[in-house]
Write a protein that binds this ligand. Structure first.
Ligand code: FAD
Length: 263
């Protein structure tokens, strides 16, 4: 690691000042500290968000679940409101990485990082959630902008995520065994207004699948999902799986998700 200074502000206003002046926000450190150890990232100052009480916690607000940016995955997984109103999200949080990652990692860190194989972005995109920041509210469809890229500007901090609670939702993932990141993950959310399907792990970043959404809006059955041809041409090929394998996984996981949603 290179040398750096460390600040732990107690208020969001102080954190914004430090971040605006170039400080790098530190959440759970599960990605950032590893990147620094590998010298892929060399911030001159870390701004630890862990001392800002208002950034952590979950609340139910009407038909929405609001999760503070510094809420750890394990706290989402065991939250009673999330478990009863939106069990697919509790399941997702409970199956991220390993126990250390779930104890330290945060939803804000996961979304800001936007790893192309991360789990939370698929839930945010599939539900059309809103990312709340220190400057504005960003719709999920505008937030994710490809590989490790988001709509966040320099100095802008995520403060919370507002999830509309779907009628039915399922997250299905096939693990990459070494890291436990999804090789492919499919998040399916059904609302009165229609079905949204978000895919993670397969491409340059999380994306919605229009073909699956159209088919499932016409017929919410595994057979309808199976009939959708998944184009492999834009999908990743790497040492873990070919693009064709990932395309097949999208189809299989989408069929399973619909079957599970139907009970
Ligand atoms: C072994 C391992 C396995 C994992 N498996 C999975 C998995 O299966 N699924 C999955 O989804 N994820 C997985 N992860 C990722 C993990 O869940 C974390 O979400 C991720 O590491 C980032 O969250 P963090 O809180 O640790 O953020 P940090 O590492 O502290 O920060 C990450 C980035 O976000 C920025 N940042 C943090 N908070 C904010 C904020 N509030 N506003 C603006 N910017 C911010 C930081 O500056 C940094 O650039 C895994 C990680 C590891 C190490």
């Amino acid at each position: 690691m290179y040398a750096f200074t460390f600040e732990r502000p107690a208020s969001l206003a102080d954190a914004v000042k430090l971040a605006t002046a170039g400080g790098k926000p530190l959440a759970g450190g599960q990605t950032l500290l590893a990147s620094m150890k590998l010298r892929l990232s060399a911030p001159e100052q870390l701004v630890d968000l862990g001392g800002i009480a208002e950034l952590a916690g979950v609340k139910k607000d009407g038909n929405q679940i609001v999760i503070g940016a510094m809420t750890r995955h394990a706290d989402v997984a065991r939250n009673a409101d999330v478990k009863s109103a939106f069990p697919a999200l509790a399941w997702l949080a409970d199956h991220i990485g390993d126990r250390q990652v779930r104890t330290m990692g945060t939803i804000g860190g996961s979304l800001a990082n936007n790893d192309p194989a991360a789990c939370y972005p698929s839930a945010v995109l599939a539900t059309g959630a809103t990312v709340v920041t220190t400057q504005r509210e960003i719709a999920a469809d505008d937030f994710f902008q490809g590989l490790f890229t988001t709509a966040l500007k320099d100095g802008e901090l995520i403060t919370a995520v507002r999830f509309p609670v779907p009628k039915r939702a399922v997250y299905e993932k096939h693990l990459q065994q070494a890291s436990h990141f999804p090789l492919v993950g499919v998040f399916l959310a059904q609302f009165d207004g229609g079905v949204r399907v978000a895919i993670t792990g397969a491409g340059n970043g999380v994306f919605r699948h229009a073909g699956l959404e159209d088919a499932l809006n016409k017929s919410f059955t595994p057979q309808a999902a199976a009939a959708v041809k998944i184009d492999a041409s834009d999908l990743n090929s790497d040492l873990h799986a070919s693009a064709a394998y990932r395309a097949n996984l999208i189809s299989v996981l989408a069929q399973r998700a619909v079957a599970k949603a139907l009970g």
